[in-house]
Design a protein around this ligand. Structure first.
Ligand code: ADP
Ligand code: MG
Ligand code: ZN
Length: 414
């Protein structure tokens, strides 16, 4: 059967694909969990609760700090045919009464309110009698005195979890610093919250690429620099996952293999070990990863070139979901390019498809060989502009040295 959230995305909002992170946030909410979603501006935070609101039915309450923002969102939703309302101080009494009638009659799917209006006893009593499915707190950093825009009215929202104990709450913000985040968690959720730091930019993941020489040795020394941490190592072939895992084990590292050629039981056992124990290195083909949501993965290491920049982005995105510093490291050699070209040529696919696949591979190679900030190139591919990040190998290499290293890179990459 078709995924209901994907159907809503397409039928109501007219989009074919989720942006990075959106599906994860929605799945967590639809499973009834509380979520703190940290995503950059423009990443598409609104859809993260609008789509679940429509999938769940009933009433979704959206708390938003500015009347102008609420009006825009309600107008946009109505254009898309969604029953949205707002009750706020800029509307006359008649309009507010009409809106409340629709809400009380169960016609409204999303109701936008400022925090001070929501948190009146009359409003809370009335809402508690309705079928509330979801509560979204937008610009949630306003609840934190650490944050850049503290608003006293937001403090009162900490009562929500007690008033609606069975309703999932999502808090959304683009402010990713840790103090603000833990403050939001403490105030809105107590401890029952899943925090997802998502979006195109994952600034806590350090990006790096090295020339492939002796991949076993290179992997081992990388893993040894992250003692006791969980990590994922991606290899192109099934055989290589087993060889690499065995090599790590021989060197005193807890490593497991995962690929589609293993028995279902063996795969599940290894996946469970990875999920429940800490400090396990999973050496896997791309068969591993879908739906894996382990927040404390410290690194993703590619021993071989992935299939595309999208695939790479998705794979490295499994690191550092807890917001702590994490690392994505890839080994890159000419042999990998040859291998990938062969894969494409051998595919039983129309010429046009192969041409596009070669084009995607060229984009990925461009990323590997760039002398520019890698994050800039990666984000640029997703249409996002960025400043040099200071947390990738090209940024770090170029920073303090005046020995012509950066220049040599540019010449060599040309
Ligand atoms: P944020 O609140 O994170 O800053 P918004 O929710 O305002 O971002 O969304 C920014 C823009 O991205 C909006 O124009 C929205 O329609 C668009 N958008 C969101 N999700 C998608 C998607 N999956 N596909 C295409 N466009 C999207
Ligand atoms: Mg927003
Ligand atoms: Zn950079």
């Amino acid at each position: 059967a078709e995924d209901p959230k994907r159907r809503v995305l397409k039928d109501v909002f007219g989009f074919d694909d989720f942006r990075p992170g959106q599906a994860d946030v929605m799945d967590a909410l639809l499973a009834g969990r509380h979520v703190l979603a940290v995503m950059p501006t423009g990443a598409g935070k609104s859809l993260c609760y609008q789509v679940p609101a429509l999938v769940l039915g009933g009433l979704t309450i959206v708390v938003s700090p500015l009347v102008a923002l609420m009006q825009d969102q309600v107008a946009a939703l109505r254009l898309a045919g969604v029953a949205a309302d707002t009750i706020n101080s800029s509307l006359d009494r008649e309009a507010n009464v009409a809106a409340w009638r629709r809400v009380a009659a169960g016609q409204t799917r999303l109701l936008y309110l400022a925090p001070e209006r929501l948190m009146t006893e009359r409003m809370l009593d009335a809402l508690a009698r309705l079928d509330v499915s979801l509560i979204a707190v937008d610009e949630a950093h306003c609840i934190s005195q650490w944050g850049p825009a503290f608003r006293r009215e937001y403090e009162d929202l900490s009562r929500l979890r007690g008033i609606f104990p069975n309703v999932p709450i999502i808090a959304l913000t683009a402010t990713a610093d840790e103090g603000t985040r833990t403050d939001i968690e403490a105030r809105l959720f107590a401890e029952r919250v899943e925090t997802l730091v998502l979006g195109f930019d994952r600034p806590n993941i350090k990006l790096g690429i090295a020339a492939k020489q002796d991949s076993k040795r290179q992997l081992l020394s990388f893993v040894e620099r992250h003692p006791g941490r969980s990590g994922i190592v991606y290899c192109l072939s099934r055989k290589k996952t087993e060889e690499m895992a065995a090599f790590l084990e021989k060197n005193g590292i807890t490593a497991l293999a995962y690929h589609a050629g293993m028995s279902k039981d063996a795969r599940e056992a290894n996946q469970n070990a990875f999920m429940t124990l800490s400090g396990v290195v999973m050496v896997a083909t791309i068969a591993f990863g879908m739906g894996i949501d382990k927040p404390d993965v410290a690194y993703v290491f590619h021993t071989d070139l992935p299939g595309s920049l999208e695939a790479y982005y998705q794979e490295i995105g499994r690191a550092g979901r807890d917001g702590r510093s994490a690392e994505a490291h890839m080994l890159f050699g000419l042999g990998d390019i040859r291998m990938r070209r062969l894969f494409i040529d051998d595919e039983d696919a129309p010429v046009e498809h192969k041409r596009r696949s070669h084009g995607r591979l060229d984009t990925l190679i461009g990323y590997c060989e760039t002398a520019q900030c890698r994050r800039q190139v990666l984000l640029g591919y997703f249409g996002e502009e960025a400043q040099p990040c200071g947390n990738c190998d090209t940024c770090l290499d170029q920073a303090p040295r005046a020995d012509g290293g950066a220049e040599a890179r540019i010449i060599l990459a040309a």
